[in-house]
Design a protein around this ligand. Structure first.
Ligand code: UGA
Length: 440
């Protein structure tokens, strides 16, 4: 089977690479010439551990190619996997511009029966609408050439290869037997459970899964905030909760809220489309509201301790929305950095991989540090926004090089015992404070 992949972002590039690794012949298409040039040189345009090596291997095996020539690629393909972005509109709804643009190109190009597989996260009903769209624009002579199937992805940035190659499930949404058979054949070598359902259910599985995880995080953050107020310890609490297999111990880490290109967008999109359907998703509304507020927990705690940030050296450790990625989209660090700068702080940031992207946002308004040590030297306070292993494993003695070891940790990187032993003034999420407050 010849497979084309539209879009070389996280979803498209990882999917295309993994399909090629599993033996398929894959051509990835993108309109961005720089990306295609890079990929043809065996360079990954995105930071994703292990991906570049797999791209090189699949290219060398002759199973993976990259091109801007969509007409020929789509024309020759039996299956076209669409993995373009569906970002957020101003009102929270999903923007389907890129999806329809690619489908228009597919319609222009194809001459033989083609299965279009939508991997992008799309509102419920989009695949059905696309099927009608294809029938309309293909005209009478090519009317039934396209079949549309939904096949959402569940990969996380930082673990994208593992999530794809060892996925817990593959979801196929189609009521067409031929499409189902083709997708079953494509995914058979992966050896993963395949769940077959209709297109709308498949679309809903994706939103409901992401939104449930977001809800889980917001719930834990809500409980963590309450733990602070009533003297319980969120770590002990989540250990107790997670031991119940009905709850599970994953996605129970409290912090300064979820970020990234998926949860913030997908919670708002599902809430929006529910409103459109005349139903209010109260649980998702609550998850969104809790998350909005949670992002400012550290700065609120610091504001109580410090009379002002003006002229203070503030050290920031970690900026990306989570470890293992250079992505800053919806990262809780961003609004916090904006606030600190707005209040006149002298901000020094360290992140193992995120600094080039941070510089694109903040230019010379921030100081970009080369190490944890230089960031902390003589700082008045330290904020931790991302739990990189390098930060979790750092020598806590380095905090003693600050003017005062005043640390606000948004990801609970250190145990309370370790913070006490290191003589830190330490605020973390949902746990007891350590040490005194040094600023008036
Ligand atoms: C998420 C989902 O986990 C994937 O299954 C899904 O395929 C993907 O979105 C997508 O729709 O494409 P991702 O956004 O890469 O993946 O990152 P996650 O690991 O889910 O983390 C999202 C945010 O939640 C991060 O900011 C992270 O710090 C936060 N988080 C996660 C917590 O605050 N606590 C936790 O316990 C777990």
């Amino acid at each position: 089977m010849k497979i084309a992949v539209a879009g070389t972002g996280y979803v498209g590039l990882v999917t295309g690479t993994c399909l090629a690794k599993m033996g398929q012949s894959v051509v990835c298409v993108d309109k961005d010439e720089t990306k295609i040039i890079q990929l043809n040189l065996g360079k990954s345009p995105i930071y994703e551990p292990g991906l570049e090596a797999e791209i090189v291997k699949a290219k060398e095996a002759g199973r993976l190619r990259f091109t801007m020539d969509y007409t020929q690629t789509y024309r020759e393909a039996d299956v076209i996997v669409v993995g373009v972005a569906t970002p957020e509109n101003a009102d929270g709804s999903a923007n389907l511009h890129a999806l329809y643009h690619v489908c228009g190109q597919i319609a222009d190009a194809i001459e033989s029966p083609t299965l279009v597989v939508v991997k992008s996260t799309v509102p419920i009903g989009t695949n059905d609408k696309l099927a009608i769209y294809f029938d309309q624009i293909l005209g009478e002579d090519r009317k039934n050439l396209v079949e549309v199937a939904s096949n959402p992805e569940f990969l996380s940035q930082g673990t994208a290869l593992r999530d794809t190659l060892q996925a817990e499930r593959i979801v196929i949404g189609t009521e067409n037997q031929e499409a189902e058979d083709m997708l079953t054949e494509i995914y058979a070598p992966f050896g993963q459970p395949i769940l077959k359902m209709n297109r709308r259910s498949a679309e809903m599985v994706k939103y409901a899964s992401n939104d449930f995880l977001a809800l889980k995080i917001s719930f834990v953050n809500d409980i963590a905030n309450l733990c602070e107020a009533v003297g319980a310890d969120i770590e002990e609490v989540t250990n107790g909760m997670g031991a119940d297999s009905r709850i599970g111990n994953r996605f129970l880490s409290p912090g300064i809220g979820y970020g990234g290109s998926c949860f913030p967008k997908d919670t708002k999109a599902l809430h929006w489309l529910a409103e459109e359907a005349g139903y209010t998703l109260k649980t998702i509304r609550a998850a969104i509201d809790v998350n909005e507020k949670q992002r400012f927990k550290l700065i609120q705690a610091a504001r109580k301790d410090m009379s002002q940030f003006t002229g203070k050296k503030i050290a920031v450790l970690g900026a990306t929305f989570k470890p293992g990625t250079d992505d800053l989209r919806e990262a809780p660090s961003i609004p916090n950095l904006q606030l600190l700068l707005g209040e006149g702080a002298d901000v020094h940031v360290y992140d193992p991989v995120g600094l080039p992207n941070l510089e694109k946002v903040f230019g010379d308004r921030l100081h970009y540090s080369e190490s944890v040590a230089s960031t902390l030297q003589d700082a008045d306070a330290c904020f931790i926004f991302t739990e990189w292993a390098e930060i979790k494993e750092m020598d806590l003695g380095l905090f003693q090089t600050m003017r005062e070891p005043q640390v606000y940790d948004g990801r609970n990187c250190f145990s309370i015992k370790a913070a006490e032993a290191a003589g830190m003034n330490y605020y973390s999420i949902g746990r007891a404070r350590v040490g005194g407050v040094v600023f008036a």
